[in-house]
Design a protein around this ligand. Structure first.
Ligand code: VTB
Ligand code: MG
Ligand code: MG
Length: 315
């Protein structure tokens, strides 16, 4: 529950940059707020997925210690602002997001591409990243007892997605493309009312691990495979102790039976309303979920800007 205060603060700060065309500023605002709030939590956290290495990121770098230094030892994965361009443009789907798990339970994914497939609880054990697009869609249709023409696949709108798009179209299934934000897109597969059945495509590996933590709590399924593009990225995988060829099952991405996922919408999304500023307060909507208990909480909060003027640091 404490962790949602972290994503809320980050969302409040970064939302102040909505539509201003300044993606780095929006990202910095989220990162700074997250950093600040983490240190109010009684935990001994270590960033395992963050903003970069110590020499390239001033805050939330890999290896950085977070928290008050007492309490549980946790590994933390953050994407302070998932959708920096989204906030800069003021389009839909940006969120601040983090995942936490007991020390050693989050895959130390290097910052590179990952092929991903995700689906909701009905499709657990049914999807397989090694199988064809067609096989996966057929399996999901069967598991959900619907026609193939009614299966909706969400795919990131990139040139690299063209093969998947062709195959989905050839099969007659539906497609919902998105510009950015495959953490949210993956999570959407676990909520029936989004209308999304499967996520397929290539996005960031850090986002893959974070999404997997959420999907674990939601009892859906997620698989990934790292896609190193050159020798340097290949070496980076080995350095971080990750096999670049391995099919990464949900339990490889997030091991153990517990993980926490927290996210707050910055701009409007499928699951949550973006930050709203009123005269003296601001409202946020968040989701926080825990794999161990399976509890999923949607939290709408009102933040008094009179009592906590610093909540929006950069406004
Ligand atoms: C995706 C998307 C993210 O980065 O992971 C993407 O979900 C990586 O692909 O929201 P590109 O290099 O093609 O952008 C984001 O867009 C931003 O982190
Ligand atoms: Mg980011
Ligand atoms: Mg991101």
């Amino acid at each position: 529950m404490e962790l949602v205060r972290v994503t809320e603060a980050a969302a409040l700060s970064s939302a102040a940059w909505t539509g201003k065309g300044l993606k780095n500023e929006a990202d910095d605002a989220a990162t700074e707020a997250m950093r600040r709030l983490f240190d109010t939590i009684p935990m001994t956290g270590t960033v395992v997925i963050g903003e970069g290495e110590i020499d390239e990121a001033p805050m939330l770098y890999i290896g950085e210690k977070l928290g008050m230094g007492s309490g549980p030892e946790l590994d933390i994965a953050v994407d302070p602002l998932e959708g920096t361009t989204t906030v800069a443009e003021g389009t839909a789907g940006a969120m601040t997001v983090l995942a936490a798990a007991d020390k050693g339970n989050l895959l130390h994914a290097p910052d590179m591409y990952m092929a991903k497939i995700a689906a909701g609880p009905d499709c657990r054990g049914v999807i397989d990243i090694d199988k064809s697009v067609e096989d996966n869609i057929r399996a999901v249709a069967k598991a959900k007892n619907k026609n193939i023409s009614d299966v909706t696949v969400t795919i990131i709108k990139r040139e690299r997605s063209s093969e998947i798009i062709e195959q989905v179209r050839a099969l007659g299934a539906r497609i919902v493309m998105f510009e950015n934000g495959d953490v949210g897109a993956a999570i959407n597969t676990c909520f029936d009312w989004t209308g999304i059945d499967i996520l397929m495509g290539i996005g960031g590996a850090p986002e893959g691990v974070i999404a997997a933590a959420g999907i674990k709590a939601l009892e859906g399924d997620f698989q990934g495979r790292l896609l190193p593009r050159n020798d340097k990225e290949h070496a980076r995988c080995l350095e971080m102790g990750v096999d670049p060829e391995k099919k990464l099952e949900l339990s490889d991405l997030v091991s153990g039976d517990d993980a926490i996922f927290a996210a707050t919408a910055v701009t409007d999304g499928e699951l949550m309303k973006g930050v709203q500023y009123k005269s003296w307060f601001a409202e946020t909507s968040s989701v926080v979920m825990r794999a161990k208990s399976g509890t999923v909480r949607f939290i709408n909060s009102r933040h008094s800007l009179k009592k906590k003027p610093n909540m929006v640091m950069d406004k």
